[in-house]
Design a binder for this molecule. Sequence first.
Ligand code: DI6
Ligand code: FE
Length: 400
Amino acid sequence: MWDRLLTDCHVLTMVPTPGDPLGVVRNAAIGIHEGRIVRVGRRTELAGTRAAEVVPLGGAFVTPGLIDCHTHLVFGGTRAAEHAMRRAGATYEEIAAAGGGIASTVRATAAASVTELLDQSRARLHALIRGGVTTVEIKSGYGLDPASELRLLNIVRTLARSEPVRIVPTLLALHALPQGADRAAFVERMIEDLLPTVARLGLATSVDAFCEGIAFTHAETERLFEAAAAHGLPVRLHAEQLSNSNGAALAARHQALSADHLEHLDEAGAAAMAAAGTVAVLLPGAFYTLRETKRPPVDLLRRHKVRIAVASDCNPGTSPCLVPQLAMNMACTLFGLTPEEAIAGMTVNAAHALGLAGEVGTLQPGKAADLAVWRIAEPQELGYWLGLMPERRIFRGQDQ
Ligand code: DI6
Ligand code: FE
């Protein structure tokens, strides 16, 4: 006998069939046992099955729990004042050059106690959870020295052990150069001291960098990636956000799980990503907040059959986004994704971006029973509303 049988629902399995990118099963039922999906099918096919609890969902739509595959959720303070400066005309790069930007969050993060950081970060995490997230990637990156980055990754670990959500921790080793720091010495310390410690303590499952004119060069990123490989850690990269620096091709050369942002991606970069299976993670919240005008080349990604994921990029500077469904809406409205692509972007393709496609992202037997239940009449509504919340969220088979 199964633990639970969800009935009277329509299921987006996210296993495409010809003509149906969402793999919809209408009038469906889902069997759950010991936190896993055991069966998804037409309600009539599952009629003879027995479960300890039968949960009628009143005709709701069920999706895989949302997967937010790119966040910088752990930080101190806010950047609301800079938001106001930007509205008055200052650019992100100008504010960064004047000691604001990432540096101001680094100061606020250093000034906050572990308890304060945990409380602030937990509140943001709870917002994403309420929005239907069951798996979330969280990057370090507001420490900028080995001890501070380890402090942040330990906070991520505490959250992972205490909150009803699957957390995927990433070491964002090269995010920004601290003010006044010696460049070569900083890069050396992050690669030769921090990275091996993180690998030894198992505090992150992938390594990230910000490859950009205002951040780190190809050569520095490449060195980090080689060291990550030596420690058995896969990589991902903030690439082509503000300019085309051929970061996507670099990421693909290192079999990166994902290349993220990509507004300035060119065809060679898209082809390289396709060949390497690197997922394109689009972050419309950052595009919106920075009021960028160059959109990521979605047609190129489609033409080269690069998997497209969508994420909140929850961070204090460029994407203070706390509602995951809003990222799907913005991916449609700002980037021209279809609603079906946006939904795949926060489920199956986000699972690929995190290397978790065997565990989450689709509703299939054997996968974790992580689900979001939506009171909508058509799946397209998931790309339509500005800030839709699920009616119910199930993590590892349990309502939360
Ligand atoms: N790109 C981004 O959009 C965030 N980090 C990054 O590398 C912004 C981080 C911030 O401004 O605090
Ligand atoms: Fe980011």
